[in-house]
Design a protein around this ligand. Structure first.
Ligand code: DI6
Ligand code: FE
Length: 396
């Protein structure tokens, strides 16, 4: 029996060959929190309840597949310093940057972390997000990393996918012994986090100001040993050949990719790894090196788009703004940007069987929009286009 039919709507299923997988004048049937039927309104099944959407568009609920949503304080002063000429790397080397957020995050109570992250999540969900990936990586000791991951699980209003990012920066107390910090990640943090099921994947920051290729490999070995899939911040500020490394571990995604090489693209193609593009970080750092989108497109590599919400390089809580920037800055088409925030984002999180498209059997995670065409989602900047959301069939 169908519980609810959403009727009198246009549906961007994001499946099939027509643009947006669109079905006009459509209906969606929901049963037990899942999509049970989708098709032309004239053929819709009977249901206990029918809701008339008045000609609105329905898309899959948006999936923000790369965020650092949980953190203490913010870095507005550092941003001002950058406006006056300081670079991100200079600030990081002086103990600012990620390290200053680590200090604030360690000092924050569970409650502080949850409250501030919840208010950012509320802004995201108001723009149609139904799934958010949340990384740790501002604790950098076992207890503080666990505190972040627990805070992420306590957030309300969206499906939360958690990623352990202990290899985000070397914390100050290990500044003179990086190897010991990598030992701690591999021998203590990953085993505990895997055993206590506090994360769904392991990420690392492979970068001149982050971790070397060899250190990243050690982290991935530990993840593999403990049954956790990997992803990587790769080729953001320089080409460290991180994408190829990650693909040797069948990474779900490699993220940023401004400096991605042809070898990296070939490796991604072979391993089916998703390219996660983060145009808000590119914008906020006033970067000029564009990711090789045309080559990714030509190689048929699935591209996802995310906010990268974090206090240092992307204080962005709008998935729609990320889509707009993916188009204006990176030259994605509006359809690619929506696919990047739905179907391909689900792939980047390994949850494509559950959400990300409007297909029978998937969770009824839906966003209902006040627009005349799906391209408007990426077109308007800062507009409130969302009419309502459904999460597992429940109106939010
Ligand atoms: N790359 C980024 O853009 C963020 N983390 C990372 O590895 C920035 C994190 C920060 O500056 O706090
Ligand atoms: Fe990031």
């Amino acid at each position: 029996m169908i519980d609810l039919v959403l009727s009198n709507c246009h549906v961007a299923t994001m499946v099939g060959a027509v643009p947006y997988g669109a079905i006009r004048d459509a209906a969606i049937g929901i049963a037990g929190g899942k999509i049970a039927w989708v098709g032309p309104r004239a053929d819709a099944p009977n249901a206990m309840v029918t809701s008339d959407l008045g000609g609105a568009w329905v898309t899959p609920g948006l999936i923000d597949c790369h965020t650092h949503l949980v953190f203490g304080d913010n870095r507005a002063p550092e941003w001002e310093a950058r406006l006056n000429g300081a670079t991100y790397e200079e600030i990081a080397k002086k103990g600012g940057g990620i390290t200053s957020t680590v200090k604030a995050t360690r000092a924050a109570s569970d409650d502080d972390l949850i409250k501030s992250a919840q208010s950012r999540l509320d802004a995201m969900t108001a723009h149609g997000t139904t799934t958010v990936e949340v990384k740790s990586g501002y604790g950098l000791d076992l207890d503080s990393e666990k505190k972040m991951l627990r805070a992420a699980a306590d957030l309300n209003g969206a499906r939360i996918v958690r990623t352990f990012l202990g290899a985000h920066a070397v914390p100050p107390e290990f500044a003179n012994d990086r190897e010991m910090y990598v030992d701690l990640i591999c021998d203590t943090m990953i085993p505990v986090i895997a055993r206590e099921k506090l994360a769904d994947a392991v990420d690392a920051f492979c970068e001149t100001i982050g971790f070397t290729h060899a250190e990243t490999m050690r982290v991935f070995e530990a993840a593999k040993k403990h049954g956790l899939p990997v992803k990587l911040h790769a080729e953001q500020l320089s080409d460290m050949d991180g994408a190829s490394l990650a693909c040797r571990y069948n990474a779900l995604s490699v993220d940023h990719l401004e400096h991605l090489s042809d070898e990296g693209i070939a490796a991604m193609k072979a391993s089916g790894t998703v390219a996660v593009l983060l145009p808000c970080a590119y914008y906020f750092l006033r970067d000029t090196k564009l990711p090789p989108v045309e080559k990714l497109r030509a190689a048929n590599i699935p591209m996802a788009v995310a906010t990268d919400c974090n206090p240092g390089t992307s204080p962005c809580t709008s998935p729609l703004l990320a889509m707009n920037m993916a188009c204006t800055l990176f030259r994605l088409t509006p359809e690619e940007s929506l696919r990047g925030m739905t179907a391909n984002a689900a792939r980047a999180l390994g949850i494509a069987g559950q959400t990300g498209t409007i297909e029978v059997g998937k969770s009824a995670d839906l966003a209902v929009w006040n627009i005349g065409d799906p391209s408007e989602l990426a077109y308007w900047m800062g507009a409130d286009l969302l009419l309502t959301r459904y999460l597992a069939g429940e109106e939010q």
